[in-house]
Ligand binder design. Structure first.
Ligand code: KIV
Ligand code: ZN
Length: 525
């Protein structure tokens, strides 16, 4: 009797891990990384295109600016869930509820510290009060949205039995996601995994909600801990692009996603991330926050796919997989791709911006196209990095203030440097002044201070080339402090002195805008 060939085993479908991106909230808490509303919207659109499931857009109670940013993002995004953070207080929860009320998919993320050290020294509250606040505010959040996340802050340092009680209270009050953060980056992977296993086994109703990991990188373990949490039963990971965030940062989204993808043999999970968008997204976040990615950073660092040693180069030429565990294309790396030139029209220009995930309104697109044509006169080859810089210049919100019109600098190895600067003021009038300085940059900055009558301390000044080659555009970043207000400005040009002056003017404009706004900072809870 003929025997039938047995059917090959059908692999079980991989379960999905929800990617919750907090670049715009925890990431923005990185020192010096504050973003304006337009920049936040731009990043939110890029995150949605990347395939992120949940975007934590901000902490609405902290300032009118943050509230506005969360509200705009919530109204514009249609696919991703948009979350607003709230402490365990009525005022916070209501503000977050108002901010996400127009979202296609809105979430309120309520948190309350639970560890002994936070209860005693930060909150001065007993366990029962924490339980009462949790129950009350999760219920209140449910009055606004069906999707409520609760985080016992500093969960990894909380007594396990009390943590289980708080988690149970939050679930019974209606939380649909329970996020257990390693707030200070203290846990080891084994401990963190065990915490999720314990909660899933001990807390009634735990299997009906999604457990989430949120790890900080103080000991360099944020990604390892996030992966361990998945092994322990977490099905959501909170992370940021480039790993930016409080202190040493959060788990890097690109690392978590590529670890799950590349080591599918170890983790039978998938994500909704469209990985070729990782690098454009990383560059956007780095440009807009001014937080540069270290060269050897995993996945998105400049050297992540560079092979220096001859023996490695030889191996890669013979067979890529000898030294590459992922392909550069998988993460969106296309080296110095020549994209457009002098003869490219509006259509090609817009299409490439779209492909890069850069959204400009009609007016900004027109301005960017005009600048693109001028750039083509200065440099023959236009790369993606140049287009990103052009788009980035359109995101400046304070363009109605000062603008650089003209610059003349005299400097040499001997003698005093002199700069003559002409600006357009907010009424469009030309104003000119000159100053001397300790070198050309110092002279230029002094002339701009005289013209704008805003004096500020220069905290940091950096210049880098966007691409290779002699014609490359330079990017200058200036950080200033004016009356305790810290601001940052960026400028781009093929001439680094012009880029520096533009960056300085952008920072001064930021001082003007922010000094006019009254910002109501929330007190810590
Ligand atoms: O690190 C942390 O504990 C947080 C919470 C607000 C989730 O960021
Ligand atoms: Zn955090």
């Amino acid at each position: 009797m003929a025997t039938l060939n047995p059917m090959p085993p059908v692999p079980a479908p991989k379960a999905k891990v929800i990617i919750f991106d907090t670049t715009l909230r925890d990431g923005e808490q990185s020192p010096g990384a504050s973003l304006n509303r337009t920049e936040k919207l731009e990043i939110a659109h890029a995150l949605e295109q990347l395939g992120v499931d949940v975007i934590e857009a901000g902490f609405p109670i902290t300032s009118p600016g943050d509230f506005d940013a969360v509200r705009s993002i919530a109204s514009e995004l249609k696919q991703a869930t948009v979350a607003g953070l709230a402490r365990c207080t009525e005022q916070d929860v209501r503000r977050a509820g108002e901010a996400v009320q127009n979202a296609a998919h809105g979430r309120i993320h309520v948190f309350c510290a639970t560890s002994k050290i936070h209860r005693e020294f930060k909150l001065n509250k007993a366990k029962d009060e924490i339980l009462r606040l949790t129950e009350q505010n999760v219920k209140l959040a449910r009055d606004y949205v069906a999707d409520v996340e609760f985080s016992p802050e500093d969960a990894s340092r909380t007594e396990l039995d009390f943590l289980a009680q708080v988690v149970q209270a939050a679930i019974e009050a209606g939380a649909t996601t329970i996020n257990c953060p390693d707030t200070v980056g203290y846990a080891t992977p084994e401990e963190y995994q065990a915490m999720f296993e314990y909660l899933l086994a001990q807390v009634p109703g735990a299997r009906n909600v999604i457990f989430s990991a949120h790890c900080h990188d103080d000991l360099g373990l944020a990604v390892a801990n996030s992966l361990a949490a998945i092994r322990g039963g977490a099905r959501q990971v909170e992370c940021t692009i480039n790993g930016i965030g409080e202190r040493a940062g959060n788990a890097a989204l690109e690392e978590v996603v590529m670890a799950l993808r590349t080591r599918g043999d170890q983790f039978r999970f998938t994500t909704g991330i469209h990985t070729p968008r990782l690098l454009p997204c990383s560059r956007l976040v780095s440009t807009l926050t001014g937080l540069h990615v270290q060269r050897n950073k995993a996945i998105v660092g400049e050297n992540a796919f560079a092979h220096e040693a001859g023996i490695h180069q030889d191996g890669v030429l013979k067979e890529r997989r000898t030294y590459e565990i992922m392909t550069p294309e998988e993460v969106g790396l296309v080296r110095n791709k020549l994209v457009l030139g002098k003869h490219s029209g509006r259509h090609a220009f817009r299409q490439r911006l779209d492909e890069l995930g850069l959204h400009l309104d009609a007016e900004a697109l027109e301005r960017a196209f005009g600048q693109f044509k001028m750039l083509c006169d200065k440099k023959k080859e236009i790369y993606d990095e140049d287009l990103e810089a052009l788009a980035d210049e359109q995101l400046v919100e304070d363009r109605q203030l000062f603008q650089l019109k003209n610059l003349q600098v005299m400097a040499g190895t001997h003698g005093v440097a002199t700069a003559t600067v002409t600006l357009l003021d907010s009424g469009g009038a030309e104003i000119t002044d000159a100053a001397i300085g300790d070198g050309p940059v110092d002279a230029m900055f002094a002339a701009i201070q005289r013209l704008t009558r805003i004096s500020a301390r220069l905290d940091s000044y950096q210049v880098r080339s966007l691409t290779g080659g002699r014609e490359a555009q330079g990017e200058a970043i200036v950080e200033l402090t004016h009356n305790e207000l810290k601001v940052r400005g960026r400028g781009f040009s093929t001439d680094i002195l012009e880029a520096s002056a533009k960056a300085y003017v952008a920072a001064i404009n930021r001082v003007r805008t922010l000094s006019r706004r009254t910002v109501s900072q929330a007190s810590p809870l």
